[in-house]
Ligand binder design. Structure first.
Ligand SMILES: Cc1cc2nc3c(=O)[nH]c(=O)nc-3n(C[C@H](O)[C@H](O)[C@H](O)COP(=O)(O)O)c2cc1C
Length: 182
């Protein structure tokens, strides 16, 4: 049987992003059973419907859509920006949802992980992101919820997770997500 592929979408483009460090930890665990792909979104031009209507679809959009189309499942790991989701994620969702009738997200199992150096773990960013994910008909795992707060204290300078209870918690999340995908 072919190994299923999981696309990981990290909502921060920052070099030292806690969300990327979190995604790395989860990605390593998932890689025991799945092909894990970190999907590039920082190179995507801002969505403009004219590009598709006028046949000038950017090459990066074409490559991105092809990559998303081949995924069996999606994991979104994100900070919260101004109590919502970072624009890079919304832009990627929009690009993957069009042209009309070609929603590439449709039916894919998915989960969202929130990460923040603050106290509410990106909860509002996760909540905002769930709205378009539900509309786009991804099959969203709702439990366990993951809102990693105080993220600056969870990782060492190399971005490795050093907090044992968080590692245990994320391992349980990975088990649940694997069952969800299965
Ligand atoms: C534009 C912007 C808006 C932010 N808004 C929030 C917010 O609403 N809630 C929050 O907890 N942190 C907020 N932060 C702080 C981020 O949580 C913090 O910069 C975090 O490190 C970003 O995630 P990353 O480490 O994955 O890059 C904001 C940061 C930026 C740059």
């Amino acid at each position: 049987m072919e190994t299923k592929s999981i696309g990981i979408f990290v909502g921060s483009l920052r070099k030292g992003a806690y969300s990327k460090s979190t995604a790395n930890y989860i990605g390593q665990a998932l890689a025991r059973h799945y092909q894990v792909v970190f999907v590039e979104m920082g190179n995507l031009l801002l969505f403009n419907q004219d590009y598709d209507d006028e046949g000038t679809t950017p090459a990066q959009w074409v490559a991105f859509r092809s990559q998303v189309g081949q995924l069996d499942a999606c994991l979104f790991v994100t900070p919260e920006y101004n109590r919502s989701m970072p624009a890079v994620l919304k832009n990627a969702l929009d690009i993957g949802s069009r042209p009309y009738g070609c929603n590439l997200w449709d039916g894919k199992p998915a989960a969202v992980v929130g990460v923040s150096p603050g106290r509410i773990g990106g909860a509002m960013g996760v909540g905002a992101l769930r709205v378009p994910l539900a509309f786009l008909n991804l099959r969203l795992m709702m439990q366990p919820e993951v809102y990693l707060s105080d993220a600056a204290e969870l990782f060492n300078e190399q971005g490795e997770l050093t907090n044992a209870s968080t590692a245990k918690f994320l391992d349980r999340f990975v088990d649940a997500f694997e069952r969800w995908i299965g």
